[in-house]
Design a protein around this ligand. Sequence first.
Ligand code: SF4
Ligand code: SF4
Length: 274
Amino acid sequence: MTLETHPCFTNGCSDYARIHLPVAPNCNLQCNYCLRKFDCANECRPGVSSKVLKPLEAFEYYKSIKGNFAKLTTVGIAGPGDALANFEEVYKTLSLIRAFDKEVYFCLSTNGLLLPDYINALKAVGVGYITVTVNTLNAKTALQIYDCMYLDKQKWQGQEAMSFLLARQQKGVRKAKALGIKVKINTVAIPSVNTDEITDIAEWAAGLSCDVMNIIPMLPVAGTKFAKLPALKQSVLQDLRKSSSLYIRQMLHCNHCRADAVGCLKKEKGFEKT
Ligand code: SF4
Ligand code: SF4
């Protein structure tokens, strides 16, 4: 397992391909930049929605597509919701694929709330790459970014809940690294909310030996709390990436793919939504 042969953890676009399997419709968080009828905006382009597959359908789809790509190295789960809020479906999908294909990398993205609970099982089923979205290390800022989280069938709000969420994200990242899993940190840059904290997140991620960071400019989406925030200026994004790169390698080739994307990053496609 190398960073070079994973299409997203390597530097720049390569010939290596990934397939996203959209088996995770539910989410346990409400980010104030996300409209849940679309794919998870922590990983995907806002305003795009992917059809959801059952684990067996996803397995059949993987088998049908594998032969089309000589360099298909990676199966990823990136929504449409949070991978770990749909753990059963994700685990079943990956187990089916692993019994059929011993080599393909497994990769998933999560908001991190449930990561400490599932990290050992993820390692056991063969997950080698995880993306965790960390938008702040500060509970007061988290109060602005997240409306609420759902845990144990209850809705949680307020600073204590936000401290809990951040602690879980950080614990999950530490545990993933301790198990030898490659970790990418996604950070959504939200103008006037967390842009002053992003270099601190980069320093923190480097301190835990995370492998790469992907700073994603928030795109304001109508119908969300952050709809009226201005879009992030390109120059600010470049400055954030430059200052963060002093601590950790930056991903500069993210396509903000849909949750059903397939192919190499230059030539991606998703299957048609029905
Ligand atoms: Fe949306 Fe993803 Fe946030 Fe869930 S974790 S609310 S799907 S952006
Ligand atoms: Fe890779 Fe970015 Fe696409 Fe995720 S959204 S598969 S990190 S290019």
